[in-house]
Design a protein around this ligand. Structure first.
Ligand code: ATP
Length: 568
């Protein structure tokens, strides 16, 4: 954690300084009260009264001024560190591989980025500040107590070993509770995120009560976990205060004896008891800090899980990009792939696509077509064999270069919550209006965009919900056109769209694939009239490869799929 403070050394030092000053001024009033009793009242030195009063006022003013500066500095420090953490965790997420996201609920990851980092911040605010102020106060008061009367001071220390034992026991148990609390809170967040994303299904299936019940049960689990930590605190905190008070009573008992034996003046006894009261304040404060720290540590473990995660797919050391744009000859060399060790998905796939060639992948559902496509931009790395582009093994190219050469249109294209313009410009952030419109025209999208209420500046809602499926697909084609990569991977949408839209999408696709290496996953065989070659994948293997006519004549898997779709 300390590395996050390193860039802000001065602010940390300032916090220390003002915490120290606050503590020093805190100790002055009890000493002045002793002078009041011993010198002013019992010693009849009335002329000192004004000075003592002025001293008291100054001590109060300076204490609160230092405190104010300490709070200000500490909060600035805390906000800076939380900001750094947010940005770092987000950056770490951007570098992680697809598998990380496919194996975790989105809501859970969001909870780590936002809620867990918020809890970590407490280490910096309450934690740092609390430990510094309490530590300094303790040291200061201990010094004064020993200076006043070492025997009484030793007595005051009697409860300390018990307090330490109690703190150790508490820490051990509460840390586990806070782990459960953070985990439960993330699960609740994930459930909420899922429920909101699936709200249409919930309504369609009338499952509001079912969802309510699911959420209620998860929330109740969180309540129980939180209460466990709180109940433990309800024993621990008053228990520790009781021990401290017993120590104080012990000191008072012996202190009165000392005063009666004239080893101590009344003023000194009062001062001693005042400092003693102050002595247990920081001790209690340290207990509270420890409590809060356990929560913060449980949260930080979850944040560091992300920060420390190593991306499965990453650049090889020394990977360098060719100086030119690739021409786009894609080849699979005996490629094997599995998501889970025991379930091979692709087996011995060998396939070569010439630069500029258009190839369609067809095959039964679950055959491994989408998986084949995901391997080309290295969303996953092959398990065996290799994939090359223009002879370069994908793993030898820097990821950012490789992905700059590939345009991907997914089966369910994702549009960001923003305007049409922002979504198309995602393909090339520096493109101008003209280039953007040209891409939209080529994607057969300009017409419908112009008819939207605010044209290119129309807000299209989360995931583009305010657009039809066909419109979303054409916007996603436009943004790949704007990117202008040599290789295009197109996973055709399975949803039914009307014939007119289908014609437009086909036209857009023709524009997109002109002069580029294209691999299309075709669900509707009508889409693939214009391709050069058809590759049939079944059960993770290439089983047929040829033109439409050749494959139809062959009477194999493709002919079967064709007959099934067109019922010839
Ligand atoms: P469809 O035509 O229905 O889209 P497909 O041929 O594209 O099917 P893939 O999506 O490649 O098939 O899936 C191939 C197999 O891999 C399926 O059995 C699927 O269950 C499995 N699979 C896909 N994605 C994952 C994943 N992220 N983790 C584990 N298994 C997966």
């Amino acid at each position: 954690m300390l590395q996050y403070l390193r860039p802000y050394r001065l602010m940390v030092l300032g916090t220390f300084l003002f915490a120290g000053l606050t503590t020093a001024f805190e100790l002055v009033p009890a000493w002045l009260v002793k002078i009041l009793i011993d010198e002013v009242i019992q010693g009849d030195q009335v002329q000192l009264l004004g000075w003592v009063f002025a001293g008291l006022v100054s001590a109060y003013v300076l204490r609160n001024l230092s405190s104010s500066l300490r709070i200000r500095l500490n909060n600035t420090l805390e906000q800076q560190v939380v900001h750094d953490l947010h940005v770092q965790v987000f950056g770490a997420l951007q570098r992680l591989s697809i598998s990380f996201f496919e194996n975790r609920p989105t809501g859970e990851i969001m909870s780590r980025v936002l809620n867990d980092t918020e809890h970590m911040q407490r280490i910096f605010v309450d934690g740092l500040e609390g430990v510094i102020t309490a530590g300094l106060t303790l040291i200061g008061i201990m010094g004064v107590l020993f200076w006043l009367n070492w025997k009484l001071a030793l007595l005051a220390l009697v409860p300390i070993p018990l307090l330490i034992l109690g703190a150790m026991g508490f820490t051990k148990r509460v840390h586990g509770y806070y782990r459960d609390i953070r985990k439960g809170s993330a699960e609740l967040n994930a459930l909420l995120q899922d429920a909101l994303a699936g709200i249409r299904e919930t309504m369609g299936f009338n499952r509001q009560a079912y969802e309510q019940d699911r959420f209620g049960r998860k929330s109740d689990r969180c309540r129980q976990d939180t209460l466990k930590a709180m109940y433990l605190w309800s024993f621990y905190s008053p228990g520790m205060t009781l021990l401290g008070s017993l120590g104080g009573a012990l000191v008072l008992w012996f202190g009165v004896g000392e005063a009666l034996a004239k080893h101590l003046s009344v003023g000194e006894l009062v001062m001693f008891v005042s400092y003693l009261a102050l002595f247990y304040v920081p001790i209690n404060q340290i207990h509270s800090v420890n409590h809060m720290l356990q929560h913060a540590l449980a949260a930080s473990e979850r944040v560091f899980d992300i920060l420390d995660a190593v991306p499965e797919v990453h650049d090889r050391p020394g990977a360098t990009a060719p100086v030119h744009r690739l021409s786009g000859a894609v080849a699979f060399h005996d490629v094997g792939f599995h998501y889970r060790m025991d379930v091979p998905i692709l087996k011995h796939i060998s396939l070569s696509v010439r630069a500029g060639e258009r190839v369609a992948l067809v095959g039964p559902s679950g055959a491994g077509k989408s998986t084949t496509l995901k391997l080309i931009p290295r969303f996953y790395d092959v398990t065996t064999g290799a994939i090359t582009i223009d002879g370069y093994d994908l793993r030898e190219l820097p990821l950012s270069f490789l992905r700059s050469q590939i345009g991907l249109v997914q089966q369910e294209p994702f549009l960001f919550n923003g305007t049409v313009r922002e979504n198309i410009l995602y393909g090339n952030l520096s493109a101008g209006q003209e280039a953007m419109e040209a891409a939209a025209r080529a994607a057969r999208a300009h017409e419908f965009i112009a008819a939207l209420p605010d044209g290119y500046d129309t807000w299209i809602g989360e995931r583009g919900v305010k657009l039809s499926v066909g419109q979303r697909q054409r916007i996603s084609i436009a943004r790949v056109l704007l990117k202008d990569p040599p290789i295009v991977l197109f996973d055709e949408a399975t949803s039914n769209i009307d014939t007119e839209t289908e014609v437009k999408i086909r036209e857009a696709l023709n524009e997109l694939t002109k002069g580029r290496t294209t691999i299309i996953i075709a669900h509707r065989l009508s889409t693939i009239q214009d391709v050069d070659r058809i590759v049939v994948v079944a059960q993770g293997r290439v089983v047929e490869d040829g033109t439409h006519d050749v494959l139809l004549d062959k009477g194999g898997v493709y002919a079967g799929l064709y007959e099934a779709q067109f019922q010839v």
